[in-house]
Design a protein around this ligand. Structure first.
Ligand code: URA
Length: 213
């Protein structure tokens, strides 16, 4: 499985990354995890406390909610790929800085190249800004849009539901749109069948028809 080997090699490089200062305060890097052939890739903001301790993305309270959302569309965490815009925890869970996001960009680019997901789900503002620049999440959440070769789908960050309970139902409703989006992409990707020309009638029959029978 070359994608899996490529992702493992990439994870090693990410763990040794010193492109920005975040590695100095983080316990470990959190490269991402999931199916190397995932059709859906979830991209969050950056590791928090639990992720920094375990090296696994979305592993705390927000992660539990993300797992529930994934289950609600009939999938398991192992079916999708989960990663973040920055791979080391910003100290005290502060927002990632533009230069940290920029420094980390090649890692996400490479993950996308290897996995080639059919749908990228952005979780929260920072991830959204990478694929939907200049928009607000309140306007575009729950909508998909073509971004180059990918279809991107913006969602509120699962942690938003933990801080603002009223967003929970919105997030739960948004994620339910994913199966149809995926199905539509697959339909569009199916080659259009070439019509098979009708078989001409046998020679004898054609001659008879010339005489009007
Ligand atoms: N929040 C994120 O954006 N990513 C994680 O991995 C955990 C919490």
């Amino acid at each position: 499985m070359p994608e899996s080997a490529d992702l493992n090699a990439l994870a090693k490089d990410i763990c040794a990354c010193q492109r920005c200062g975040l590695y100095k305060t983080a316990t470990r890097a959190v490269p991402g995890e999931g199916n190397p052939h995932a059709q859906i890739m979830f991209i969050g903001e950056g590791p928090g406390f639990n992720e920094d301790q375990t090296g696994r993305p979305f592993y705390g309270a927000a992660g539990n909610f993300l797992t529930q959302l994934i289950t609600s569309i009939g999938l398991k965490r192992e079916d999708v790929y989960i990663t973040n815009i920055v791979k080391h925890r910003p100290p005290g869970n502060r927002d990632p800085l533009p230069e940290e996001i920029e420094a980390c960009k090649p890692w996400l680019d490479r993950q996308l190249e290897i996995i080639k997901p059919k749908v990228i789900v952005t979780l929260g503002r920072y991830s959204m800004a990478r694929f939907f620049p200049g928009v607000t999440i309140s306007r575009i959440h729950g909508q998909s849009q073509k971004c180059g070769e990918y279809t991107c789908f913006a969602m509120y960050h699962p942690a938003a539901a933990l801080h603002q309970g009223s967003l929970r139902a919105t997030i739960e409703a948004d994620v339910l749109k994913l199966p149809k989006i995926l199905e539509d992409i697959k339909k569009r990707e199916q080659p259009t069948p070439v019509p098979i020309p009708a078989k001409p009638p046998p020679q004898e029959a054609r001659q008879l028809n010339l005489f009007g029978f």
